[in-house]
Design a protein around this ligand. Structure first.
Ligand code: NAD
Length: 292
């Protein structure tokens, strides 16, 4: 059993912190929103008065915050978490943020730090089945593994600082482009008089196969539990995909990588989100591609 500080008890952080409590850890939590803190206390957590207070005396300190500026501010700025944490603590940021900020915060923290973004969404956070993509020192990774295992099922060490964020943006850029072209193929099939099921039966056994098709099919029918079957309720909201595509293009620009399909995916999701679809599942982009 470990003492853990946990800051950012929102849609993801709330259930992740509850899973740490369920695993028998002693968790001190903090969030700016009083209702999030109340829910955490009701689940058996110890509410802290500030981020620094949550960090103090903990063997592991976890953040699950919206974006890079929140993460930098919490650890190094007004939040003062890095300085407040014990010299021997392992710091773990699970937020999805830009690679550059992840590296900057890790370099300045003065303690071993891991970037450990997740995939699996709020359902994965509730069920404790998240995938963690982890960057940072080997020794800190080894120490943190049992803590991450209480919140997730698959934990991959991707390399040094920022490697977890790098893996996350690369994966989600592939997913977005796969989803768009899969949706385009269904729209084309409709125009050509081909049924959804016929295209699915062929492509799922052919070279057009992808996770977007066989696990998350953007039309109702072929994959009964995909969001298309529930009017595109998320799932994975388009606003979050839009955010991750922005991060992938930022990373591509700063690393000098050429990612024209990633750029086009960002342009299409920007249009989709700006048309009021931020809370729609990202596979709902098929409606925009149909022109509907
Ligand atoms: P959320 O907005 O529900 O939660 C963020 C929480 O952080 C909020 O409760 C907010 O009050 C709190 N917060 C912000 N600044 C703070 C500060 N300085 N001190 C303390 N608390 C502070 O967001 P979420 O959906 O839980 O997402 C968190 C991160 O996880 C994001 O980076 C997101 O991209 C990533 N993510 C989300 C999902 C998903 O499906 N929701 C999936 C994978 C990754």
């Amino acid at each position: 059993m470990a003492r853990i500080g946990f800051v950012g008890l929102g849609n993801m952080g709330g259930p992740m912190a509850r899973n740490l409590l369920k695993a028998g850890h002693q968790v001190a939590g903090f969030d700016l929103v009083p209702a999030a803190l109340d829910a955490f206390a009701a689940a058996g957590g110890t509410p802290a008065g500030s981020a620094a207070e949550a960090a103090r005396g903990a063997a592991f300190v976890v953040t699950m915050l919206p974006a890079g500026r929140h993460v930098k501010d919490a650890w190094l700025g007004a939040g003062g978490m890095a300085a407040a944490s014990d010299a021997g603590a392992v710091l773990i940021d699970c937020s999805t943020i830009d690679v550059a900020t992840a590296r900057e915060v890790a370099a300045a923290a003065g303690r071993p730090m891991l970037d450990a973004p997740v995939s699996g969404g709020t359902m994965g956070a509730e069920a404790g089945t998240l995938t963690f993509m982890v960057g940072g020192p080997e020794e800190a990774f080894a120490r943190a593994q049992p803590i991450l295992a209480a919140m997730g099922r698959s934990i991959v060490h991707c390399g040094g600082a920022g490697a977890g964020q790098a893996a996350k943006v690369c994966n989600n850029m592939m997913l977005a482009a796969n989803m768009i072209v899969t949706a385009e193929a269904f729209v084309l099939a409709e125009k050509l008089g081909l049924t959804h099921q016929a295209l699915f039966d062929v492509a799922s056994k052919s070279s057009g196969q992808s996770w977007a098709l066989t696990s998350y099919c953007p039309v109702p029918g072929p994959v009964p539990n995909s969001p298309a079957n529930r009017d595109y309720r998320p799932g994975f909201a388009a606003a979050l995909m839009h955010k991750d595509l922005g991060l992938s293009q930022e990373a591509a620009a700063s690393a000098g990588a050429t990612t024209p399909l990633g750029a086009q995916a960002l342009a299409l999701y920007t249009r989709f989100v700006e048309a009021g679809n931020g809370e729609v599942d990202f596979s709902g982009i098929i409606r925009m591609l149909r022109g509907g």
